[in-house]
Design a protein around this ligand. Structure first.
Ligand SMILES: [Ca+2]
Ligand SMILES: [Ca+2]
Length: 172
């Protein structure tokens, strides 16, 4: 009898643990916010008001995006590869943010890429270093200048507009 009780209680424990794991599943590396039309919101370190995409590392490990690809077009034959040369600049710490400037100013550093975002609507797509696997993507429609779009911090699956864009910081 005691044996059965043990088996039943360990089954119960196991199912509880499984539930906890599901509830705590992190989203890994995600696209968290973007601004497709930047007039006077937030300049890059060169003073340019360029389009940008913010990534967030929702995992427990540092993630280096060097070698990954970014594109604004679905099924793009020529996505842009983030340089592998500067892991100090392309690594996102757990719970950290990283801003990619979509400005076609590659001479400004490894986080300045050749894709610009269209105000009228486009996609933001992050691909793994195999150039094929989609890490995260979002298709957006018409945008308003200096108003960003991003994930609700209280519900990552919901995308909303932000009057006060927050590149490199939590969305709110
Ligand atoms: Ca720039
Ligand atoms: Ca943000």
């Amino acid at each position: 009898m005691r044996k059965y009780v043990l088996i039943i209680s360990s089954l119960f424990l196991f199912s509880c643990e499984e539930e906890d794991i599901q509830e705590n599943t992190s989203m890994g590396l995600i696209i968290n916010e973007f601004l497709a039309s930047n007039d006077s919101c937030c300049p890059d370190s060169f003073g340019d008001y360029d389009d940008w995409v913010e990534l967030y590392n929702d995992s427990n490990d540092p993630i280096d995006i060097g070698g990954m690809y970014f594109t604004d077009t679905q099924n793009d034959d020529n996505p842009y590869q983030i340089p592998l040369t500067s892991p100090d600049k392309t690594t996102i710490q757990p719970g950290g943010y990283l801003v990619i400037w979509c400005d076609d100013d590659q001479e400004q550093g490894p986080l300045h890429i050749s894709k610009k975002l269209k105000k009228g609507g486009e996609s933001v797509i992050l691909l793994s270093s195999d150039k094929t696997t989609v890490i995260d993507s979002y298709i957006f429609e018409g945008q308003t200048t200096d108003i960003s779009m991003g994930r609700n911090s209280n519900n990552f699956s919901e995308w909303i507009f932000f009057d006060s864009p927050s590149p490199g910081l939590k969305n709110n």
